[in-house]
Design a protein around this ligand. Sequence first.
Ligand SMILES: [Mg+2]
Length: 263
Amino acid sequence: MATAIHERTRDRHLLLLTDYDGTLAELAPTPEAAVVADDVREAMERVAEAPGVTFGVVSGRRLPDVARRVGPAAQYVAGLHGLEIVGPGTAFHHYALDPVAAVIASLLARASRQLAWCPGVHLEDKTYALTCHVRQAPPDLGARALEEFEALAEPLVEANVLKLLPGAKAMELLPAVDWHKGRACEWIRGRVRVATGEPVSIVYLGDDRTDEDAFTALRDDDILVGVGERPHTHLIDWRLAGPASVGRLFARLARLRAGLPAV
Ligand SMILES: [Mg+2]
């Protein structure tokens, strides 16, 4: 697989973009506990430094959070599913973010009161987005909590202020705009194209529904790698089992890009 990816991208600049949770880091009981394993980190740092490679992370987390977790290997970091992006000498902050901050703050206060009955619920305040996690709640209670969370947000969703994004044992509220990980990838590609002066192929790795936005938006000469069992069978070129396999792919790509044998 690493060899095939290398062959398809060897005479182009390689923009390697990856999701964070479930792709670079194993899923954990809480968002705080999801960290990159040492061997994956080492491979990530190596591929990020390989010739003709730009490495970036595209996550649903807030940008500062994911930037801190990934470290300097990532030249581009996109947070909130691409609504905020930083790269070398460039930044993007979607115009829809600031107007929803007050709405999110008030919703957080109400959701905290209303869902206090349910043990294990975690409300993640992302300033411009709000996620209700129920991974640590008893399953039947967690499902009910998510229903209540959804009902609380319903008027704002119907008014097209926020959109609801169901996730794995979680539900997220975001500004209702037509911007997602796929658009973020294209935005980054544009910057890398200008910076390198070369045609750019994206290799994108992701494990979840929001990554399908990237898979759908990308082009024929890009390469799409699904991670884990969930996503997008008809869209992806390859599938990897989890973050450990992602690390091995990075290590092989780093060697191939440097003109060395893969193993
Ligand atoms: Mg993920």
